[in-house]
Design a protein around this ligand. Structure first.
Ligand code: GZL
Length: 305
C-alpha cells in the first residue's frame, strides 16, 4: 500500500498491525501501576503491538527508550515525561523520523508544540485548586499550619498541584505552609519526609500530599509519633487509588482529589485516529472528581484500581 505519509513502515493507516513504543515513568506508586495496566490492556484490546519500558523515574532512561523506538521504526511513540524539561532534542529526532508522539499523563514545557500531536492527561492545577477549596471549607478562618509533601521535583503534577493549592489559599492569611519538600511520589519518601516534619514542627494541623502513596507514608509516620491521622493531623491527597480510598474510608485521610490513571483506551483511540491521518485535539483533559470519607465507603466496592 502507498506510504501513509507518516514516514513509517506498516501500521500507518494500512492493514498491518500498529506498533506503539511506550516509555513509562516507572512503578513508583499505585497510580503508576494502574496506569501501566490500563495501557497494556487497552493495547491488547485495540490489537496494537506494545513495546513497553519502565524508566525507574530517570529521564535519561526515558530518552534512551524513545531513541530505541525510533531505531525500531515504530508507528507511534507515547510517553509520560517524568519531568517537564529537556525533551526537545529527542522529540525532534522522532519528528525527523516521521514518528508521531503522544504525551500521556504528564506534560513537557517545549515551546514547539509541533513536537507532539496531543497531551492527554489531567489538569493538575485544577486538582491543586480542588484540594485548596476543601481546606478553606474544612478550616475556615482557623489558624492552620500545613506541611506539603511534593511530588517528583520538576514534574508537571508536582509543579501544578502546588500552584493550584497556593492560588486558592493565597487569599487567606490564616493558612501557613510551614514546610514543603518532595517525597518523590513514593510511600517511603512520604514517610521519611513526614518523620522529619514531625520532629521539626510540634503543631502540624494538615498534610497536603501530592499523591495517595506519600499520604499513606505520612500516616505511618504520624501513627509512629503517637498521633491520630485524620484527627490530630488531617490529610488531603490526590489520586484516589484503592489504598488511598481505603484509608479515606477508614478515617485516616480526610479528602482525596481524583486523578484518573485509566488513560489506556483514549490513548489507543487517539493513536488510530492519528495514524489514519485524521486530526485530534491538541489537549485532551481527563474527567475526574473528588471523594469525602462517606463517598469513599460507597465507591470502594466498584473501584477498578
Ligand atoms: C499524575 C501522575 C502522578 C500521580 C502519582 O497524573 O503523573 O505520578 O499522581 C504518580 O501517584 O506517581
Amino acid at each position: 500500500d502507498s506510504d501513509s505519509g507518516s514516514g513509517s513502515t506498516g501500521g500507518g493507516g494500512g492493514d498491518e498491525q500498529i506498533v506503539m513504543g511506550f516509555a513509562q515513568v516507572g512503578a513508583e506508586s499505585g497510580w503508576r501501576t494502574a496506569n501501566t495496566k490500563s495501557i497494556q490492556e487497552a493495547a491488547e484490546e485495540a490489537g496494537i503491538e506494545l513495546k513497553f519500558s519502565d524508566a525507574q523515574q530517570k529521564q535519561e532512561n526515558q530518552i534512551k527508550a524513545i531513541r530505541s523506538y525510533i531505531q525500531q521504526k515504530v508507528d507511534v511513540i507515547a510517553f509520560s515525561p517524568v519531568v517537564e524539561t529537556g525533551w526537545d532534542t529527542v522529540l525532534k529526532e522522532a519528528q525527523d523520523a516521521g514518528i508521531p508522539v503522544i504525551l500521556t499523563d504528564r506534560a513537557v514545557d517545549s515551546e514547539d508544540t509541533s513536537l507532539y500531536v496531543t497531551f492527554l492527561g489531567s489538569d493538575f492545577v485544577e486538582e491543586g485548586k480542588k484540594a485548596g477549596e476543601w481546606v478553606v471549607e474544612e478550616f475556615g478562618s482557623e489558624p492552620t499550619n500545613i506541611v506539603e509533601l511534593q511530588g517528583t521535583t520538576g514534574s508537571a503534577p508536582a509543579i501544578d498541584r502546588k500552584e493550584g493549592f497556593e492560588e486558592v489559599l493565597a487569599g487567606q492569611s490564616n493558612f501557613t505552609v510551614i514546610a514543603s519538600q518532595t517525597g518523590d511520589f513514593t510511600r517511603d519518601g512520604g514517610k521519611k519526609v513526614m518523620e522529619a516534619f514531625l520532629q521539626q514542627n510540634p503543631d502540624i494541623d494538615l498534610v497536603y500530599a501530592h499523591n495517595d502513596d506519600m499520604g499513606l507514608g505520612a500516616i505511618e509516620a504520624i501513627e509512629a509519633a503517637g498521633k491520630v491521622p485524620g484527627q490530630d493531623i488531617k490529610i488531603v491527597t490526590v489520586d484516589a487509588v484503592k489504598d488511598g480510598m481505603q484509608a479515606l474510608a477508614d478515617g485516616k485521610i480526610n479528602f482525596i482529589v481524583e486523578c484518573s490513571p485509566l488513560l489506556g483506551p483514549q490513548l489507543m483511540e487517539i493513536t488510530k485516529t492519528v495514524l489514519a491521518g485524521d486530526s485530534v485535539e491538541p489537549r485532551i483533559v481527563t474527567e475526574e472528581t473528588t471523594f469525602t470519607q462517606e463517598q469513599a465507603k460507597e465507591a470502594l466496592p466498584s473501584r477498578q484500581y
